[in-house]
Design a protein around this ligand. Sequence first.
Ligand code: ADP
Ligand code: ADP
Length: 229
Amino acid sequence: DAVVRFEDVHFAYVPERPILRGISFTVPAGRTVAIVGPSGAGKSTLSRLLFRFYEPQGGRITVDGQDIASVQQDSLRAAIGMVPQDTVLFNDTIGYNVRYGRWEASEAEVREAATLAQIDRFIAALPEGYDTPVGERGLKLSGGEKQRVAIARTILKGPPILVLDEATSALDSFTEREIQDALDRVSRGRTTLVIAHRLSTVVGADEIIVLDQGRIAERGTHLGLLDQG
Ligand code: ADP
Ligand code: ADP
C-alpha cells in the first residue's frame, strides 16, 4: 500500500492570498486520514495539489517517498482513485456505470464492488432520466446512492490510493449513515484521504485534521477532538 505525505506545503492561487500555509501530514499505508474544516479552508485545494492540477510554491508532496513533482499526471491519476462530490451517471445500467473504466472486469468482480458499496440490488437497473425502454421507468437514485455508484466504480479499478470528496450539502441522517458505512467498508486497509465537511461522517478515520485559514488548527481522532470540546 502507498504512503502519501504532505511536507510543509504552501500554496496560493494568487500571490497576495495564501491558501495553505505550511501543511504537513501523512496518510500511512492502509490508513484513513480525514480533512475537515469550514468552506473555503483549502480542503479541495489539497486534493488538486495531489493530482498536480497545481504545484505547491513551498514544501513537497510525496507518494511512497517520491516527490510527485517528478511523476506524470497520468500515472498519478492511475494510482489515485477519486470519488467526486457529484457523480454524473452514464446512459446505461448501474452495472455498466460500475464497470466504466475497467471493462475487462468479470461479472463477479463488478458484483463484489457493488456489494461492498451496497448498490448490488440496482445492478441491472437504468437510472431515471436516461433512455429506458418504452413503458419502463428508470430508477431514481438519491445523491447518496449515486455517490455509492462512484465508490463501487473506483474500488473496482483498485487504485492504491483513494480520495473521497464528500457532499457539501446537508444530508439527512440516514443518507449520512449510509455513506459513512460505505466509506468505512471501502477505505478499510486502503490508503484513503477523505475531504469532509462534517466531523460526524468521519468518525472512523485514523486521524482527523482540522484546517482553518490555511493552517492545521487541530488534529486527532474523533474522540480526542470531541474531548477537547
Ligand atoms: P474548501 O474545499 O475547503 O471549501 P477550497 O480549497 O475549494 O476550499 O478553496 C480554498 C480557497 O481558495 C477559497 O477561498 C477559494 O475561494 C479559493 N480558490 C479556490 N479555487 C480557486 C482558484 N482557482 N483561483 C483563486 N482562488 C481559488
Ligand atoms: P437527492 O439529490 O436525491 O436529494 P441527497 O439529499 O442525498 O439526494 O443529495 C443532495 C446532494 O448532495 C446531491 O447533489 C448529491 O449528489 C449530493 N450528495 C449526496 N450524498 C453525498 C455524499 N456523501 N457525498 C457527496 N455528495 C453527496
